[in-house]
Design a protein around this ligand. Structure first.
Ligand code: ADP
Ligand code: MG
Length: 691
């Protein structure tokens, strides 16, 4: 039950004045459904305006407020795309046009009657030889004092909303903030000179304010740290089962290679954990191709040797199928069956699978999130392996853990190279094993950066590559969080590229992207994996785990749009066989310095952890991608710099709080519970005894 003190914050935005059904939609698209969401919708930046008496001192590109009188309205010809323009002049007779495009023009007709004077706020540009302000931010008859602040927040909007509207809604939300008890340790507050929670939110909307922003970011990091510690404490509290295998199944494995030192070490650590009654909570971190699957297989066989069940959870259907295939192959000489359960299993097949899991006749299952749905129960699930952990939230993991009669051991695996300084934020609740050694005999991947202008040469090289009997990937961008117009555009671009390549290579080329029907997608993947198709054109659905050793060329279009971690994972799809592999990063003609350096880094090194560390340095300045990276840990407020600076302090404080008050029942503990709700980590609260 959510504490009452938070009720005003969790009220729907529809309770605000001026928010009707029409404006709900754009607010929802921004994820702003409650009062607290609006309060936390912090400005992206602020504009600072200069108040001018006339245009004589005006500079182009500057944000100004200036009094102007209307002299003439110029409507565009019907059907023309030209803007509606109103010519204005200042006291000295200098002319400046105001311009409105599209629908905005309707309102403009009445805003500035000819002959009247108005105060206009906006960005001064030049159009031809005339000054111009496109879509002025404010127009008012009164002087600047009453109409517009000189410093004004700029919010992220979505279609249908305007800045003044958003500012109004946010203002109303801020007016409803209750006083909340303090959850930050008093010494920390004093040292950093941070305001209270309520004041911090109000100040953060008013202007650049480092102390306020830091405090809010800290709140978020503290909520995360606390929630992770609660998960960990819960894991320790629930009784698990000590599993010691007798080695009879593992002894029958016939791997075509010896284990690397790192693999053997990780397997040892896992076996030690599983032999304890306290449930294992371990992360296996290893670069693409480091050989995590074999490690997972050993862990699963320990469970089966002990007469229990194990499940492997994969983030996508394609990956689940591949894992199933790989494990089936490796398990053939062992004589252990492995089942596949995905959302697509229907009818009798599904019934059979569910029965087998309940009666225990299926010892091993691989699947997508379908394996932890309510209808699925297990006879004795003792180990859960989660591949590509970052795709799953902690909440989902807990749902799966709840399937065991006693708490199952959990092994999470990830190939996302996370800088050491951020590991705590992502995986603070887990023990970590690192596979820091690649299997021997891997050849370095020859990586080159090529401008898109040389596309013809790239296609010619691809043709030679395919003629020589090898396979290739061609990746088109489809940025994960892209939505709406951008997503449609990306799909269209991928389809257009596919059409072009198909014209050249015929049936040798297949296409895979996220909006294809699953059967179509699988069929294409299978054709490629079997070698029937030689060229796989894809958006980033192939990003994780796909394993086709004969594919030795990868072309990545618009490489500058990808995060480095993503590029690194994509590149890891090649270089898996004995042949030398090549990766071509196609880039746009115009690149920022940072973008150039980032691509150069990809050329220089193949060490995922180094790429992650240096990417962090390169992006220090807060490029767009920075928000994405910290967004992977689920942070909306804390940027990378703040995360690095404040996270250790937040974790220290969370640990202190838990040690002194594990049940969060002291006054500061109670306050901290509120924090978990504010940042939607209520699953943390659910874990509290009696909470
Ligand atoms: P990832 O860590 O990316 O999941 P995989 O488990 O898919 O890596 O392994 C990548 C490839 O390396 C597979 O083809 C696997 O059979 C092979 N491999 C794994 N361990 C070794 C090893 N010790 N020596 C040689 N090849 C190995
Ligand atoms: Mg893998």
């Amino acid at each position: 039950m959510r504490p009452e003190a938070l009720n005003p914050l969790f009220a729907e935005v529809a309770t605000l004045e001026g928010v009707g059904p029409k404006l709900m939609r754009p607010l929802e698209r921004l994820g702003l459904t409650r009062i607290k969401d609006l309060a936390y919708h912090l400005p992206e930046r602020f504009v600072t305006r200069r108040a001018l008496a006339d245009l004589s001192a005006a500079r182009e590109g500057e944000q100004v407020i200036v009094p102007l009188s209307a002299i003439e309205h110029r409507a565009p010809r019907p059907g023309s795309r030209a803007p509606y323009r109103v010519l204005m002049q200042d006291a000295a007779g200098t002319v400046c046009a105001l311009a409105w495009f599209g629908k905005a023009a309707h309102a403009a007709r009445k805003l500035v009657p000819v002959g009247e004077r108005r105060w206009v706020a906006g960005r001064l540009d030049r159009y031809g030889d005339m000054l111009q302000i496109v879509h002025p931010d404010h127009i008012a008859a009164e002087s600047t004092a009453g109409m517009a602040r000189l410093c004004e927040p700029v919010y992220r909007l979505s279609e249908g909303l305007t800045q003044p509207r958003m500012a109004d809604f946010v203002g109303q939300a801020l007016g409803r903030l209750p006083e909340l008890p303090e959850w930050i340790e008093p010494g920390q507050l004093a040292r950093a000179d941070w305001p209270s929670w309520r004041e911090a939110l109000q100040r953060a909307h008013r202007g650049e304010d480092k102390a306020a922003r830091d405090r809010l970011a800290y709140d978020e990091l503290l909520a995360n740290a606390l929630a992770l510690l609660l998960v960990r404490a819960e894991g320790r509290r629930r009784r698990g089962q000590a599993l010691v295998g007798d080695g009879r199944l593992r002894g029958r494995l016939q791997l075509p290679f010896g284990l690397t030192g790192a693999q053997a070490r990780a397997i040892g650590e896992i076996a030690d954990d599983m032999a304890q009654e306290a449930p294992m909570l371990r992360l296996l971190q290893g670069d693409v191709g480091a050989g995590k699957t074999v490690v997972a297989l050993h862990a699963m066989l320990i469970a089966v040797e002990a007469g229990r069940q194990a499940a492997l959870l994969a983030p996508t259907e394609i990956l689940a199928r591949q894992h199933h295939e790989t494990l089936r192959r490796l398990l053939a000489p062992v004589g252990v069956e492995v089942a596949l359960l995905t959302g697509r299993a229907k009818g009798r097949e599904r019934e059979g699978l569910l029965m087998g899991l309940i009666d225990g006749s299926i010892p091993l299952v691989v699947g997508t999130h379908a394996i932890f749905q309510d209808a699925v129960s297990y006879r004795d699930l003792a180990l859960v392996v989660i591949d590509e952990q970052h795709r799953f939230g902690v909440a989902q993991r807990l749902a799966l853990a709840a399937k065991g009669r006693r708490a199952p051991h959990t092994l999470a695996m990830t190939a996302t190279p996370i800088p050491r300084s951020l590991t705590l934020a992502h995986y603070g609740e887990m023990d970590v094993s690192r596979l820091d050694e690649l299997p021997p005999g891997r050849q370095p991947i020859d990586t080159r950066v090529v401008p898109i202008g040389r596309l013809d040469e790239v296609v010619a090289a691809l043709a030679r590559h395919l003629e020589s009997g090898q396979q290739a990937y061609w990746v088109c961008p489809m940025v994960r969080e892209a939505e709406g117009a951008q997503a449609a555009e990306d799909i269209a671009a991928a389809e257009a590229r596919f059409a072009m390549l198909k014209a050249r290579f015929g049936a040798a080329a297949v296409l895979v992207h996220g909006q294809l029907r699953p059967e179509v997608k699988d069929a294409a993947m299978e054709r490629f994996a079997s070698g029937a198709a030689r060229l796989l054109v894809a958006t980033t659905v192939i990003e994780v785990g796909v394993d086709v050793p004969a594919a030795t060329l990868m072309v990545i279009e618009q490489a500058e749009r990808f995060g480095l971690a993503q590029l690194h994972q994509l590149r890891g799809r090649v270089g898996r066989g004995a042949e030398k592999s090549v990766c071509l990063l196609l880039r746009g003609e115009e690149l920022s310095e940072t973008a150039k350096r980032r691509l150069a880094l990809m050329r220089e090194t193949q060490d995922g952890f180094r790429i992650a560390e240096e990417d962090l340095q390169l992006r220090g300045g807060g490029e767009l991608l920075g928000t994405r990276q910290s967004g992977e840990a689920g942070f909306r407020l804390a940027d990378l710099e703040q995360t690095q600076r404040l996270l250790p302090i937040a974790h220290g404080d969370a640990r202190l709080l838990m040690e002194r008050d594990g049940g969060l029942t002291s006054p500061r503990g109670e306050a901290a519970r509120l924090l978990l709700y504010l940042f939607e980590r209520d699953w943390g609260v659910q874990l509290l005894r009696g909470g």
